[in-house]
Write a protein that binds this ligand. Structure first.
Ligand SMILES: [Zn+2]
Length: 361
C-alpha cells in the first residue's frame, strides 16, 4: 500500500512498546522494516512526531533468561494475564531494576546515535519545539512501577536519566497496585486498590512532577489515585467501556473524573479494545476508531482526548497497519466533522497541554 502524503498536524502518541519489538526482531529504529509498527522512516511517512516509549519488564521466566527470548514470549504472557488466578508473583526489585536499566539504555542509545534526529523530551516546551522542528520526540515512560524502590532512590536515578512518566502497574499486581486482567466482557472493578506503598509512590511522583499513568490499573486503584494525586488524571492508552466492555477500557464515571482533573485519555488502537464483541480480528474497520474518539470527545470534551496507539504491543486494524497509516485515521476523523483546530488538539495539542500542567514546564 502506498503511504498517503500527510500534511496535517504532527502526531504525538501516548503509548508504544517499540523498544521490546526491536529487541524481539533485532531491527533498527532508523531502518524501514515490515516488522512491528514504528521505525523512523514509517514515523516520518505517517506524520508521527514522537510519543511515549514504554519500558515494560516481562516477567522473569525460568526457561527464558535473556531479554530477547522473554520478549518473544510476550504474547503468550499476555494470554496468561487474562485470568488473575494464573498471574505470576510480583517480580523481585533487583531483577526489574536491571531490566529497566537495559531497556532505558537501549532507548537512550537511539537518541545518542540519531545525529540529532531524535530527542528525549523532559519538558513540554522541549516537546513543542521538537514537533515544530520535526525532531522525533521520545518520552521515557515505565509501564509498571516494578523497577522503583519504595524509598524513591531508583526514581531519582531514573528521573536523572530522563524518566517523566510512570504507569503504576501493567495488567498484573506489584507492591504498589493491581492491574485489570485482559477480560471481556468485564467491569474494570476487578480487585483491591493501592497498597500503602502505592499511596506513598503517588506522593513521590507528584513531588517529582512525574506523570502518573492509570491505563492498566483496576477501578479501585484509579479512584484511590484520583483521591490523593494533585496532577491531572491520565490514561495513556484506554478506550470507552460503553463501546467495548473490556476491563482495560474506561467507564463513563472514570472519564468524567479525567475531565474534571483536566486530564486526558489516549485512544488505544488494539482491535480487542475497540470491538463491540471484544474480537481480536485485524479486519475491524478503521471507522471504529473514530467511533471511540467521538464518544470520548462527547463525554469529556475535545480537550481531554488524544492518541495512545499501543503500536508494537497490540493488534492493529489492517486498514491502519502501522505508523505510516496514521493519515488514514486523521482522514477518518476529519470525515466525522472534526475541525482543523480539533485535529491539532487530538494529534498532539492536548498531550502537550497536560504534560505542561503535570511537569510544570
Ligand atoms: Zn499497555
Amino acid at each position: 500500500m502506498t503511504p498517503p502524503t500527510y500534511d496535517g498536524p504532527p502526531i504525538f502518541d501516548g503509548h508504544n512498546d517499540t523498544v521490546l519489538s526491536m529487541v524481539k526482531t533485532g531491527r533498527s529504529f532508523f531502518e524501514r522494516s515490515d516488522a512491528g509498527h514504528i521505525d523512523l522512516p514509517r514515523a516520518r511517512d505517517g506524520g508521527l512526531g514522537g510519543g511515549f516509549f514504554a519500558v515494560y519488564i516481562p516477567d522473569p521466566a525460568p526457561a527464558a533468561q535473556d531479554v530477547r527470548s522473554r520478549a518473544a514470549t510476550l504474547e503468550s504472557a499476555m494470554r496468561r494475564y487474562e485470568d488473575q488466578s494464573t498471574w505470576p508473583e510480583p517480580m523481585p526489585l533487583e531483577y526489574a531494576e536491571a531490566q529497566a536499566v537495559d531497556l532505558l539504555g537501549r532507548l537512550l542509545s537511539i537518541v545518542e546515535t540519531s545525529d540529532g534526529q531524535v530527542a528525549a523530551v523532559r519538558a513540554a516546551a522541549e516537546l513543542q519545539t521538537c514537533l515544530d522542528r520535526g525532531t522525533f520526540a521520545m518520552l521515557l515512560h515505565f509501564e509498571g512501577a516494578e523497577p522503583l524502590d519504595p524509598d524513591g532512590r531508583a526514581l531519582e536515578t531514573f528521573y536523572a536519566a530522563g524518566l517523566r512518566s510512570v504507569g503504576l502497574t501493567h495488567s498484573r499486581r506489584n507492591r504498589y497496585a493491581t492491574g485489570v486482567p485482559f477480560k471481556f466482557p468485564s467491569s474494570p472493578d476487578t480487585g483491591p486498590g493501592l497498597t500503602d506503598l502505592g499511596r506513598a509512590l503517588v506522593r513521590q511522583l507528584n513531588a517529582r512532577r512525574v506523570m502518573i499513568d492509570l491505563s492498566h490499573i483496576n477501578e479501585k486503584g484509579f479512584w484511590d489515585v484520583a483521591k490523593i494525586s494533585n496532577a491531572p488524571l491520565v490514561c495513556t492508552h484506554s478506550n470507552a467501556h460503553a463501546l467495548s466492555a473490556s476491563a482495560r477500557n474506561l467507564t463513563d464515571r472514570q472519564m468524567d473524573a479525567i475531565k474534571d482533573s483536566r486530564g486526558i485519555a489516549g485512544l488505544n488502537f488494539h482491535v480487542g479494545f475497540l470491538s463491540a464483541q471484544g474480537e481480536r480480528s485485524p479486519d475491524l474497520p478503521l471507522t471504529r476508531m473514530a467511533d471511540h474518539i467521538e464518544y470520548m470527545a462527547e463525554r469529556m470534551g475535545i480537550d481531554h482526548v488524544g492518541l495512545g496507539s499501543d503500536f508494537d504491543g497490540a493488534t492493529m486494524p489492517s486498514e491502519l497497519r502501522d505508523a505510516a497509516g496514521l493519515p488514514r485515521l486523521m482522514a477518518a476523523l476529519r470525515a466525522r466533522g472534526f475541525t482543523d483546530g480539533d485535529l491539532v488538539k487530538l494529534a498532539h495539542g492536548n498531550w502537550v497541554r497536560v504534560l505542561r500542567e503535570t511537569w510544570g514546564a
